[in-house]
Design a protein around this ligand. Sequence first.
Ligand code: GAL
Length: 420
Amino acid sequence: MRRRWLAAVAITLLGVTACGGGGETKAAQSEVTVFSWWTGPGEADGLKAMREIFEKQNPNLKFIDGAVAGGSGDQAKALLQTKLQGGEPPDSFQGHAGAELQGYIKAGQLEDLTSLYDELKLKDAFPAQLVEQISVEGKIYSVPVNIHRSNVLWFNPAVLTEAGVAGPPKTIEEFTAALEKVKATGKIPLSIGSEWTVTHLLENVLLGSLGTDAYNALFKPGADWGGPAVTKALESFATILSYAGDSQDDWQPAAKQVADGQAAFNVMGDWAYGFFRNPAPNGLSKTAKKDFDWAPAPGTDGTYLWLSDSFTLPKGAKNRDGALAWLKVAAGKEGQDAFNPKKGSIPARKDADAALYTDYLGEALKDWSSDKLAGSVQHGVSVSQPWLSAINEQVGLFLGKKDVAALQKGLAEAAAANTQ
Ligand code: GAL
């Protein structure tokens, strides 16, 4: 599957080179390159829906899809850094609200979008706490297009029944008991994707084990990563991970194992919902509550472990006006209501058409308005990119050695090095 996406990316990149070469400013002015990592099954559908609105509203502009494959942007973000440092930014790029975006802002790589916010009255459209995550010193630097939930436990109801598990586990202890029961049936208890999905699991286990306030405190200066509560959480993480099947290429094949009845559980963000539900060939066309079901990740009920995709205007964008046209679509009600039902996310705007968000997404909209909030680690809210790289490195080492004490030490050092 990964190979197919890479081929698609290569074609895209070739397209960019062919159109952009020779200093053809005129061509650059008629093209808008939008950089994301939404090439894979499920995700590409959302981008396509928003792109269609952009093309309808801007018949003179050509949308160039600069997406780079790899869930969670694991490949894309590295390539983006090279482009930014080489003075070759795309016209707009995807960045997570929170610490990740703050990194681009502090590096002076983004234009201030306050005048766009004033023109479109966006401060009234988005929740205040979200605008705060994309602002520095009163200036606002991106347009959030959605809210995703990271703490979702996806499960296959028939596999649970077969294993004698009455319903989705509500606590970490219930989770390990359920995993053990599934193991006895010969099915995969927990499906897992590439390495970043293990960090995704880690943030969920930390939240489920520590509780919301202690989890949020981990990202403040002087946080106690070395204490017994984190030790207990990491021991649970190790136990849960011991029930994982073979690592899959990325999040989609791991989620698919649940929808196909090969695996019982998968802890993944709600982009999985778009993948499960969207029609073929990109989606799996599965039926909610029958082929797949969901619950808050064990121990996290009442908390929305959130993240938000936002789009930026990098300094030095070749087609600044075209980028602004894209940002207007991304910020607008029509764009968000086309994008989010397909993407498996709820809109960042407060005035979106609630009737479009049914089933899982209806529940998500309700929970977003009432739950406590905690910021995702893997998806840019709570930790900066250097801190996340250090965490990912520790998770990678743990996958080899399975040494909880070494993991805790490494995580504590990463926190100390990245907070003042
Ligand atoms: C997240 C991103 C989501 C989704 C996911 C899996 O980082 O915010 O929109 O794309 O990765 O690729």
